[in-house]
Design a binder for this molecule. Structure first.
Ligand SMILES: NC(=O)c1ccc[n+]([C@@H]2O[C@H](COP(=O)([O-])OP(=O)(O)OC[C@H]3O[C@@H](n4cnc5c(N)ncnc54)[C@H](O)[C@@H]3O)[C@@H](O)[C@H]2O)c1
Length: 255
């Protein structure tokens, strides 16, 4: 995959670890100016080490979403690329799923991507160029028990992506979603530990028998593999690619 790289201004969310951290590092290597946004103050060191700027914000708060975009425009004068990546997980059956957790997940993983897209839109429209990349999940395509809020937010994110693609098409703005299966990040490490305890299994057995059960390629995904696809979708080369869901799912949804 060859992508011509013009230096751009990017706002990336959820950057203190995992996929977001990998995207920030990769973007900085490509020469982009990056505002990394996370509620965890540890994100500052991660961002600065990569050569990015950092803005601390809890994105479940709509005003914090506006403030993050205002900060990017204050520092860099515009936003060209938005990567909606921040996310959390909570596993519990619908019958006992806490309402507060449901609201937190929908606020962070569906409402914040909407508000951030809305806030960056004028800058992208004025420049006639914009890239919105939404980190969805294989769970935007299929469901698993116990993850109702996460799966609802991710399915909603595909709808938001398609709508943004249709509205942005005439303005030079593209929107795409990436749908990974299990990526080696803290979010998954926690699930491995929890499931090992829950099922009385070794952690390796959880990976092999639960997480990779539907995978044709039997390994976890590296964060940088997702970051490289983000970089392609955020490049000039991907101008004709919009409204699409890009699976990096080890073949999970091929069956
Ligand atoms: N790891 C996987 O297997 C996998 C698979 C598919 C999709 N995803 C998605 O990729 C994204 C990144 O996940 P990850 O695996 O890198 O997890 P991670 O836990 O390493 O990273 C999530 C980031 O979001 C940040 N965050 C959490 N709540 C926040 C809030 N209220 N405001 C601002 N930032 C907040 C965290 O501090 C962290 O930096 C998520 O949207 C996740 O759903 C992950």
């Amino acid at each position: 995959m060859s992508a011509s790289v013009t230096p751009r201004v990017a706002l990336v969310t959820g950057t203190s670890s995992g996929i977001g951290e990998a995207v920030v590092r990769h973007f900085c290597k490509l020469g982009h100016q990056v505002l990394a946004v996370d509620f965890n103050p540890a994100g500052r060191e991660v961002a600065e080490k990569a050569g990015a700027s950092f803005f601390q914000a809890d994105l479940t708060d709509g005003e914090a979403c506006q403030a993050a975009v205002a900060e990017a425009i204050k520092r860099f004068g515009r936003v060209d690329i938005l990567v909606n990546n921040a996310g959390i997980q909570h596993v519990s059956p619908i019958e006992t799923f806490p309402e507060a957790k449901w609201r937190q997940i929908i606020d962070l993983m569906l409402t914040a991507p909407f508000l951030l897209s809305q806030a960056v839109w004028p800058s992208m429209r004025e420049n006639g160029w914009g890239r919105i990349v939404n980190i969805a999940s294989v769970h935007a395509q299929v469901a698993s028990p116990g993850k109702s809020a996460y799966i609802s937010a991710k399915h909603g994110m595909i709808g938001l992506t398609k709508t943004a693609a249709l509205e942005g098409g005439g303005q030079g703005i593209t929107a795409n979603a990436i749908c990974p299966a299990y990526v080696k990040t803290p979010l998954v490490d926690n699930q491995i530990a929890d499931q090992a305890q829950m099922h009385g299994m070794q952690e390796q057995e959880v990976i092999e028998q639960i997480m990779l059960k539907n995978a044709a390629v039997k390994r976890l995904i590296e964060p940088v593999e997702v970051a490289e696809l983000v970089a392609y979708l955020a490049s000039d080369s991907a101008g004709a690619v919009t409204g699409a869901s890009w699976n990096i799912d080890l073949g999970w949804t091929a069956q």
